[in-house]
Design a protein around this ligand. Structure first.
Ligand SMILES: Cc1cc2nc3c(=O)[nH]c(=O)nc-3n(C[C@H](O)[C@H](O)[C@H](O)COP(=O)(O)OP(=O)(O)OC[C@H]3O[C@@H](n4cnc5c(N)ncnc54)[C@H](O)[C@@H]3O)c2cc1C
Ligand code: SF4
Ligand code: SF4
Ligand code: SF4
Length: 405
């Protein structure tokens, strides 16, 4: 682990609570903070004591050292877009697409969100102003995204009274709001309900296993199949039009993410894993979607939480593009655990990143892979390979047999 504890009165004090937002690096006038890679492959700030004046500005802007304003949602909905085509690339109900389109079309604005860089297998935030590019930002990328290069661009746009929609993890939203303080009138923020982020280096090492001397042009973590509206599986598409689907139980990285072995240390004590939210709007995957049969109809639903007046105003302008019903927020907060508590730190967490360096892939899979056995294995096979209609038939037969026995 990098030794980033050096001196009082600067962000060295923060230790493992650092979320890696990199605001401090941007804000330091003395260029006393550089970015370093930890042994686990996460980015951390490192202060050069010789160059630091002790002005304390990095602490004032660090969202983890200061109090972030969070609000209990004014309204809460379960929703999905009316036009299903626009959500093919989305993870849940496609609310992000509708909001991004609105900011660009109605306000000539800009949208900042996470996109893949397929040349380097990295995820970075980029800024777009064309609806044709929204697809680059759609879909959850289960790896930490780098927002460093967007701070100045966003601030300049806001200073010129241009609308900006920033979307990201709650800690990133807090960072952008801190950096742009004093110029927030035209900034709209969407935070996602967040389970945590694994390290960029861990992702890069794992995905390189699937290159096979071909160029990858598309990766989706939540693949939509003919039978599943949004499955937890990798879809990897190559430039030669071939593609593969990798299920989490066969992939160490995906398993480790789902089981919580690989997320950043700060994620286990995340102060945003709660019902009060930091963005104007919060989006998530509705875990209790079966309760909302009137709009569910085999689709995945988004949780949409409207937290501020700005969020409410944006919603008023886009809600006719969505099917929506009131969300039972208390129940959802229990089912969707990151609305009430951070991801639990597994006892094997400390070993995971060390083992990744020394163990063979089959052994890693044995130790950290999702183990799907018995009834769950059968359920998974049915889920992945049969249509909704066929699944309902199987469910009925199963119930009939159970009652008959
Ligand atoms: C790492 C991670 C963990 C998540 N954990 C949960 C969870 O525990 N519970 C839950 O309900 N929902 C979780 N989500 C959110 C969920 O998967 C959807 O992103 C959300 O519901 C929005 O869906 P959508 O269909 O409206 O838009 P989509 O098109 O799916 O979402 C795209 C938006 O997500 C942002 N995004 C994608 N990847 C990243 C990233 N790596 N870092 C920052 N922003 C990113 C993009 O900027 C874009 O704005 C998580 C998302 C991520 C990225
Ligand atoms: S205290 Fe001031 S000079 Fe030192 S690292 Fe922080 S911002 Fe830079
Ligand atoms: S949380 Fe962000 S601002 Fe605070 S120390 Fe870490 S990188 Fe710097
Ligand atoms: S779990 Fe919390 S600290 Fe970790 S990425 Fe998400 S919002 Fe940031």
């Amino acid at each position: 682990m990098v030794n980033y504890i050096r001196k009082n009165m600067n962000i060295s004090l923060i230790g493992k609570k650092c979320t890696g937002c990199l605001v401090c690096v941007k804000i330091c006038r003395f260029a006393a903070i550089k970015i370093v890679n930890s042994d686990e492959g996460f980015l951390y700030p490192l202060v050069d004591d010789g160059a630091c004046s002790g002005c304390g500005k990095c602490i004032k802007y660090c969202p983890e050292c200061s109090v972030s304003v969070v609000k209990y949602p004014i309204q809460q909905y379960a929703a999905r877009v009316v036009d299903g085509n626009s959500t093919i690339m989305s993870t849940s109900g496609g609310a992000f697409f509708i909001l991004a389109k609105y900011i660009i079309e109605k306000h000539g604005g800009y949208v900042c969100g996470a996109a893949f860089d397929y040349n380097n297998f990295e995820v970075k935030h980029i800024i777009i102003d064309d609806i044709k590019q929204i697809s680059k930002l759609q879909g959850s990328k289960y790896v930490q995204s780098n927002i460093y290069y967007c701070f100045d661009k966003i601030l300049n746009l806001l200073k010129n009274n241009r609308y900006v929609l920033f979307t990201g993890t709650p800690c990133q939203v807090a960072a952008v709001k801190n950096y742009c303080r004093g110029f927030l009138d035209y900034l709209y923020t969407v935070d996602i309900i967040c389970h945590g982020v694994p390290s960029p280096e861990n992702f890069k090492n794992n995905i390189s296993r699937y290159v096979n001397n071909k160029k990858i042009r598309n990766i989706r973590f939540r693949h939509r199949t003919r039978h599943e509206a949004s499955s937890y599986s990798y879809y990897i598409e190559y430039e030669d039009n071939s593609s593969i689907i990798v299920y989490p139980e066969r992939d160490v990285y995906y398993s480790a993410f789902l089981l919580g072995y690989s997320v950043r240390e700060s994620c286990y004590s995340c102060k945003y894993a709660r019902r009060d939210r930091v963005g104007d709007i919060t989006l998530g995957d509705c875990n209790d979607r079966r309760q909302y049969v009137s709009i569910e109809k085999g689709f995945v639903l988004s949780d949409i939480l409207l937290n501020t007046e700005k969020g409410l105003k944006m919603w008023e302008c886009v809600r006719d593009k969505m099917y929506y019903v009131k969300l039972d927020y208390e129940k959802e907060s229990i089912m969707n655990r990151q609305l009430s508590t951070p991801t639990e730190r597994p006892s094997l967490r400390d070993e995971y990143y060390i083992d990744c360096k020394v163990m063979t892939y089959p052994l890693l899979l044995k130790k950290y892979g999702l183990s799907i056995k018995g009834v769950y294995k059968i359920k998974n096979i049915i889920k992945r390979h049969t249509s909704n209609k066929a699944r309902k038939c199987i469910e009925q037969i199963w119930l009939f047999l159970k009652n008959a026995i």
